[in-house]
Design a protein around this ligand. Sequence first.
Ligand SMILES: [Zn+2]
Length: 111
Amino acid sequence: MSKQGGQCDWCGVELEEDQGYRLLWPDKSLGTAFCRLEHIVPFLMQKDQWHIWKGVEIPADAPKVSTSSGDELGENALYLVHHRGEHRIPDSFEGKEELLEWAKAGGHFAP
Ligand SMILES: [Zn+2]
């Protein structure tokens, strides 16, 4: 078993701590990791196998409402944290379906 978040859960490429995305589900202590946003889509649609991670918590600076819809978050909220060098950039989602639609549309880079 590789270290927590040490590889992409879709394509298997190795990830350093300062690369990729970590998808956190604090209510269930689950996590997954991805090399890029596009790999979240097939993962959620076809695989959807999460890992029990240690210390899965709501990121301190995560948006209090959904990044996608602006709606309030429920207890099933998911947090997607972009690791970019020293930066940790969190987004918040009400659940898998909402995250999936957002990721399909290209995330923050949607036209
Ligand atoms: Zn990948």
